[in-house]
Design a protein around this ligand. Structure first.
Ligand SMILES: Nc1ncnc2c1ncn2[C@@H]1O[C@H](COP(=O)(O)OP(=O)(O)OP(=O)(O)O)[C@@H](O)[C@H]1O
Ligand SMILES: [Mg+2]
Length: 260
């Protein structure tokens, strides 16, 4: 096996709740991610998926454990800019993740200024390229997020992540707020972008139906722990754990009655 791009070992997260009690939201979670690969994380609400995602993205500190990107340790939230640039986040709620008072141009220009110190002209042409990449008309750069649909806002969220030219994009339920057809379009877009750019995804979802089409490997979480991990086809065809079986059973199927 090649040396993984991202490696997390023994991640633990204990939250101190307002009442002063400690709550172990993530317990001894280890995984790796190869370049150009998608690792799906699936599990019921509250199983610790977002907590893992935020630790990887440096948005919350680890209680213990280590995270490394290549040879660089990411175990502290005080990450240098080049490391912050390398791991980007796409949020579940596309609309609220964009500043409503900023035009799309300014939303996409922000990471370009922060990470690449580009001048105004270079920014303009990069913004156009990013809109092309995510399948939005270039004219949309003059619009505000409130003038876009949920699916279009999520395309902007993906373009903003791409603007940083990251090695890893953490996608935290990026399609949960969207209806089925738009969901499929966003998944296709993410897959195409991965082929074009070789980016890796840590892709989180509630249900296995979304995970199936996008993930090379799947990690199943329950109550803060990994219950099972493996190649997607093995997880679906030969699940080892009852909990995984229950998630497979929960995949919605439509039974169309025979025509009378
Ligand atoms: N800041 C916090 N303080 C205290 N407890 C928290 C905090 N954030 C999350 N938790 C708790 O940690 C557990 C895991 O939460 P997390 O958001 O990681 O779950 P999740 O798997 O992403 O769930 P969902 O599918 O609903 O998004 C939950 O029980 C949650 O209530
Ligand atoms: Mg979550």
């Amino acid at each position: 096996m090649n040396k993984p791009l991202l490696k997390a070992e023994g991640l633990n997260k204990v939250y101190r709740t307002k009442s002063g009690a400690d709550f172990a939201a993530v317990r001894d979670v280890s995984f790796y991610l190869q370049q150009g690969e998608t690792l799906g994380i699936v599990g019921e609400s509250g199983s610790g998926k977002t907590t893992v995602a935020k630790m990887v993205a440096g948005m919350i500190p680890l209680t213990s454990g280590t995270i490394a990107l290549g040879d660089k340790s990411l175990s502290s939230t005080k990450r240098i800019r080049s490391v912050r640039r390398s791991i980007q986040y796409v949020f579940q709620d596309p609309v609220s993740s964009l500043n409503p008072r900023w035009k799309i141009r300014d939303i996409l220009a922000e990471p370009l200024k922060l990470y690449f110190q580009l001048g105004a002209k270079a920014i303009d042409s990069r913004v156009d390229e990013l809109l092309d990449d995510v399948g939005l008309p270039r004219e949309y750069k003059s619009r505000y997020p409130g003038e876009l649909s949920g699916g279009q806002c999520q395309r902007v969220g993906i373009a903003r992540a791409l603007a940083a030219e990251p090695a890893v994009i953490v996608c935290d339920e990026p399609t949960s707020a969207l209806d089925m057809t738009i969901q499929a379009q966003i998944l296709d877009l993410l897959k195409n972008l991965q082929q074009k750019k070789g980016v890796s995804y840590l892709f989180i979802a509630h249900g296995l139906e979304v995970i199936y089409s996008i993930s090379h490997r799947v990690m199943v979480m329950k109550e803060g722990q990994i219950v099972e991990e493996g190649e997607t086809k093995h997880i679906f065809h030969d699940p080892q754990h009852d909990y995984t079986r229950s998630l497979i059973k929960a995949i919605p199927r439509i039974d169309i009655p025979p025509f009378q």
